[in-house]
Design a protein around this ligand. Sequence first.
Ligand code: TYD
Length: 210
Amino acid sequence: MTKGIVITLEGPDGAGKTSVLEGILPLLEAELSQRIMTTREPGGVAISEKIREIILDPINTAMDNKTELLLYIAARRQHMVEKVLPALEEGALVLIDRFIDSSVAYQGAGRGLDKKDIKWLNSFATDGIVPDLTLYFDVPSQVGLARIAKSKDREVNRLDLEQLEMHQKVRSGYLELAQENPKRIVTIDASQTLDQVITETVKIIKEQLR
Ligand code: TYD
């Protein structure tokens, strides 16, 4: 048993969870005495950041779906061993931007790989560690995609629209996970303003820690 606490942030692209993480961090640091560590997947440590480069490199169009899954799992394992587990041993509050549920939502619901296999691989990579709390930032697919397009300062193009189906599958994967894990996963309406989402997120985390 480890002494720390793991809280993960999940959601489809464009949900804004990375901005939420930046926004909640100073508020939590001001109120909590325990050490807070933030990190992200895929990445977080040198080896996993290298794996991230391979996964996300647009040149790798030939990548097979199972290869993609295994790379996310490999990145997760290394990140877990090098960064997350030591912080948990020290009793830290560990906030992770994406974790096991991303693989189920993206590679399972999105790419159509067997969710049972993914759940087993997740458990293999994490030695069975499951987050104490998962914040799922839910956003309608059109809103998420529009945000991504806006942040890139351009119109929504044909490719963005093609991504709509994938985006919708990922979202339904998350909604299914939230239904399956009502105690662990708390859904937050991420179509609200960033300030509203930050306030709600801090409140939920403080309730969990109480
Ligand atoms: P990133 O630029 O970090 O996106 P975001 O800011 O939305 O987290 O890229 C990570 C991408 O990897 C994102 O599209 C989700 C995807 N992903 C998976 O498909 N499976 C996984 O297991 C993880 C951790 C991420």
